[in-house]
Ligand binder design. Structure first.
Ligand SMILES: [Zn+2]
Length: 82
């Protein structure tokens, strides 16, 4: 397999955290996907896409238990250094 972005053949199955959003919250879903080790492009097969859709439905329906892993913080508007 060749990366469609950078044409590297250095692609391997990696465990990544896919991000879903729910309102202001971000939910991380650990999944295994093919990742280009050169440019970071991720490749999703049909099965992985379907799995992610199922997980998203389950999360939205409150059927999956979630654990708190950190906080999302933002620099206040107007205080970003030039
Ligand atoms: Zn690539």
């Amino acid at each position: 397999m060749k990366c469609i972005i950078c044409h590297s053949t250095d692609i391997s199955l990696c465990r990544v955290n896919e991000q879903l959003s729910r309102g202001k919250d971000m939910i991380l879903v650990p999944v295994e996907v093919l990742v280009c080790n050169n440019c970071g492009e991720r490749y999703y097969d049909r099965r992985t896409m379907q799995k992610l859709e199922k997980i998203e439905d389950a999360v939205n329906a409150g059927r999956l238990s979630l654990e708190r892993v950190g906080e999302v913080l933002r620099v206040r508007q107007g205080l970003v250094p030039a």
